[in-house]
Design a protein around this ligand. Structure first.
Ligand code: ATP
Ligand code: MG
Length: 425
């Protein structure tokens, strides 16, 4: 993509309304723009990141044996009356009426819709277990939308719902999701710590929140310092389970299983949440199956959310410096920024054009800054938008065949030949 064609309206000034780094950097790099309180348009640069995050989440959900569906954003009040949540949900729910005066709502979550689908189609224990998920916009009329996409009113969520014959099965689904979550967040270079959650409004017996450590986080958490050094690739299931168990017990500080020297407290951003809630929805919505003993039983359920749009902010909170974002490669909007220091110099531009073509041929995602601007502003923009690699080519490169390769994360710069730069990225 050529910068001259692309659209990323970067800002030099720090926007007044942004209190935390990720919000400031998302506005300044032209990833998002606010439409009204807590509601944003995702501009091309931001949308690329959002899509990459959604795809990582999708891959790990699929790998964990879940089936993707796409439920609507608008739901009928009727379903929520059946579960009893229509009146309980309160002002966070955006309610509306259609032309026939039927009460509708913009879905804040989808337990009712998916349980109703299950009830209509699945009748036998032989079809269990089943896990359905979707990646869809949700609306919650938050009392205080803030921190940009971190606490929006409209936000993108992955929500998965598991259906099992009994508690043992439900526990296995829960474990499968815990594992999928650890892998998902690790792929985004995030250390997400599962902490035992207080029973929330969805009302579960068992529930964990996944928290990213960040000073600007809204929750205070206690955790085992071992989490900071988890290597997901060598993680055994036993080890994972003992850490979860420890996280559970932390709820009860008197019997804390984590030795004092390993116990840490920090602030966290909640990026995911897993719940087991038994038959809370299956009973009122009629999701029963025929069991092996020919008796009808209500299915055991759980639900599993990931805040995909919130993750964009959370990743930036974890990966930035004063100059801008430092994207992990897996979610970067482009892998490489190619910077032409002097577009008026025809030889230099030819060199850049040539490298750009070669990068595209190799399938490398590259943003080519071919704009007619001073080098200072170009360097600043490239650091701000935080692509993992920068290749800098100037008039001197014409004679020497050398360019500069900068690693945005480490700040390390090296001089090397154009061919070597091509090989490196
Ligand atoms: P919070 O305590 O932050 O309000 P929640 O417990 O209400 O979160 P869940 O109902 O568990 O959230 O939703 C699943 C995930 O959706 C959360 O873990 C979070 O990452 C994300 N999420 C929830 N509310 C918002 C919001 N207003 N803006 C952006 N993401 C959100
Ligand atoms: Mg909430």
């Amino acid at each position: 993509m050529r910068s001259s064609v692309f659209f990323y309206p970067t800002l030099r000034e720090t926007p007044q309304e942004a209190q935390i780094a990720s919000h400031r950097l998302m506005l300044r790099s032209g990833m998002i723009t606010q439409v009204t309180a807590g509601i944003y348009t995702w501009l091309p640069l931001g949308l690329k990141v959002l899509t990459k995050i959604a795809n990582i989440v999708r891959e790990e959900q699929d790998r964990a044996g879940s089936l993707e569906v796409l439920m609507p954003t608008i739901q009928p009040a009727e379903l929520w009356e059946k579960s009893g949540r229509y009146h309980d949900y309160g002002k966070e729910m955006l309610r509306m009426k259609d032309r026939h005066e039927r009460e509708m709502l913009y879905g804040p979550t989808a337990e009712e819709v998916i349980t109703d689908i299950f009830a209509r189609f699945i009748k036998s224990y032989r079809d269990l277990p089943k896990r359905f998920y979707n990646i869809q916009w949700k609306f919650r009329d938050e009392i205080r939308p803030r921190f940009g996409v971190m606490r929006g009113r409209e936000f993108l969520m992955k929500d998965n719902y598991s259906f099992d014959l009994n508690f043992e099965g439900a526990k296995a689904s829960y474990q499968a999701m815990l594992e999928a979550y650890v892998k998902t967040f690790a792929r985004m270079d995030l250390t997400a710590i599962p902490v035992r959650a207080a029973s929330g409004a969805i009302g579960g017996n068992l529930s964990h929140e996944f928290q990213i450590l960040a000073e600007t986080g809204e929750s205070e958490i206690f955790y085992d310092v071992d989490y900071e050094n988890l290597d997901v690739n060598t993680l055994t299931l036993d080890r994972l389970q003992s850490l979860y168990a420890a996280a559970d017990e932390l709820h009860d500080p008197k019997n804390c299983p984590v030795p004092q020297e390993r116990l840490k407290t920090a602030r966290g951003i909640e990026v995911g949440h897993v719940f087991y809630f038994g038959t809370k929805y299956s009973v009122p919505l009629g999701a029963y199956v025929m069991g092996p003993d020919n008796k009808q039983v209500p299915v055991e359920m759980g639900s599993y959310g990931i805040g995909i749009s919130r993750l964009v902010g959370a990743i930036i909170e974890a990966h930035h410096n004063e100059d801008g974002i430092k994207w992990p490669e897996s979610v970067a909007p482009f892998k490489v920024g190619l910077l032409n220091l002097n577009v008026k110099n025809q030889d230099c531009t030819r060199l850049c054009d040539d490298l750009y073509t070669k990068l595209l041929q190799k399938g490398v995602e590259v943003l080519y800054d071919d704009r007619d601007m001073g080098p200072g502003a170009k360097f600043a923009d490239l650091d701000l938008i935080g692509l993992p690699w920068q290749i800098i080519i100037g008039p001197r490169s014409v004679g020497s065949g050398q360019c500069e390769l900068k690693n945005r994360r480490t700040g390390e710069k090296i001089e090397l030949s154009l061919e070597d730069a091509l090989k490196r990225v």
